[in-house]
Ligand binder design. Structure first.
Ligand code: FE2
Length: 291
């Protein structure tokens, strides 16, 4: 039965209307995502409106504050709260307050996870291994200190990835919306089950009607459905993310800068630290969406 959703493959007219609005005046470079702000704890109405306008278009926005290397976690926390983000996901590795300090760590708990190393991280959305009830709808990064070299993020609005794939072949979307398209294998450490297998779609529709995406390019982390449709769709997505698409933005957050997003596709390049002043980013994952 046809629904009103633009993500319904049977509703071409709703999709075309949504796509046209989505891509009209779509930013062509990362600089267009940026808003300079004064006090992250209390934005002015104009600053808030400017950021809102940008993320409603792109599912993400970048603020540039003067907070510099101030390590106060209330900076990202308060800023997010002003956009209705308050239900933090406390993932393993997060600090007690639910905000994760991303820096190179060598202890046993952290070192097996790439975010806590200086290695490159392939394209993904956050929390793709979470249960369907605990999907991460918003993802924020706040930079206290960049690396000496590297640590660049590439970001891509998942709405645009969807458009690209649907226009190339709607069967890709059909395959990637299957409930068993992508299975994240269980995580067992020292005989203890940390997480069971998690099967789910790549693309799904959030409760608020917006598009949601689960994805990781790390072959080691995922079992793709073994049918041609899924394999072809995953290959097409991989080609897109490796392409020089103008919709892929690259930016290196500087001290006091941050990204707020609806958990868009992103990667991170490897980096080299200044040992005395290592890279430090705060990552916050929310069950809420930016709306
Ligand atoms: Fe991430």
């Amino acid at each position: 039965m046809k629904t009103n959703s633009p993500f319904d493959l049977d509703n071409t007219s709703a999709y075309e209307a949504w796509k046209q609005e989505k891509l009209a005046s779509y930013p062509e470079k990362a600089e267009e995502l940026v808003v300079a702000i004064n006090n992250p704890h209390q934005l002015s109405e104009a600053e808030k409106q400017a950021l809102t306008k940008i993320y409603r278009k792109n599912n993400m926005a970048v603020y540039v504050s003067e907070s510099g290397e101030d390590p106060d976690k209330d900076i990202p926390f308060d800023l997010a709260g002003q956009f209705g983000l308050c239900n933090l996901n406390k993932n393993m590795g997060a600090d007690d307050d639910g905000i994760t300090a991303l820096r190179v760590q060598h202890d046993a708990l952290h070192k097996r996870y790439i975010p806590y190393t200086n290695h490159a991280i392939h394209w993904h959305t956050d929390g793709y291994y979470n249960s369907p009830e605990q999907q991460i709808n918003a993802l924020n990064l706040h930079c206290v200190r960049p690396a000496k070299q590297g640590g660049e993020n590439a970001v891509m609005d998942h709405d645009v990835a969807y458009i690209h794939l649907r226009d190339e072949n709607p069967e890709y979307i059909q395959a990637l919306m299957q409930m068993d398209a992508m299975t994240i294998p269980e995580n067992v450490i020292d005989g203890e089950m940390i997480r069971p297998d998690r099967a789910g779609p790549v693309f799904s529709v959030r409760a608020n009607g917006r598009l949601h995406m689960r994805y990781t390019a790390r072959a080691h982390n995922v079992i793709w459905k073994q049918d041609d449709a899924t394999q072809n769709a995953v290959a097409a997505l991989d080609r897109l993310l490796k392409s020089d698409s103008p919709y892929i933005y690259r930016l290196t957050l500087q001290s006091g800068w941050g990204l707020i997003s609806n958990n868009v596709l992103h990667d991170r390049s490897g980096f080299t630290d200044d040992e005395a002043h290592p890279r430090l980013l705060y990552r916050s994952r929310y069950y809420d969406s930016l709306v």
